[in-house]
Ligand binder design. Sequence first.
Ligand code: HEC
Length: 116
Amino acid sequence: MAQTRIVLFVLGLGLAGTASAQDDADLATGEQVYNTWCVHCHDDNRPWSGGGTQALEVKYQGELPADLRERTDMSADLITAYVRDGLYRMPPFRLTEIGEEDMRALAAYLTRNNPE
Ligand code: HEC
């Protein structure tokens, strides 16, 4: 019995270690994807004609952060839907541009500060 517990404990530690290393990798990849495909519109408010930050500033009037990286209310599914479908001046992104793995990492990055 005690042996089983020890095995489960060690297994648990192993899984926890793998999961957090995986999460770190995802977040770094997600940030990279963001900086490649999103940041020129969704930056910290550099004036630009395609400006997502400016559009979201007008939309939310300070009720939510205009910079997507500071949001804590969006789900991964919602982000994925916007990215795949586009929205007004925001273009849709194809699988050949942002593959499924990159999309998952991007959504993980943008939801990293969401409450559980
Ligand atoms: C060409 C500029 C442009 C690019 C590139 C762009 N966006 Fe956008 N995005 C916009 C604009 C403009 C809006 C606001 C649309 C509106 O008026 O509601 C927006 C809105 C959004 C929203 C909706 C937020 C909300 O609360 O309504 C999300 C999520 C989003 N963008 C994510 C992304 C991600 C992730 C990327 C990178 C893969 C990206 N966008 C790339 C211009 C862009």
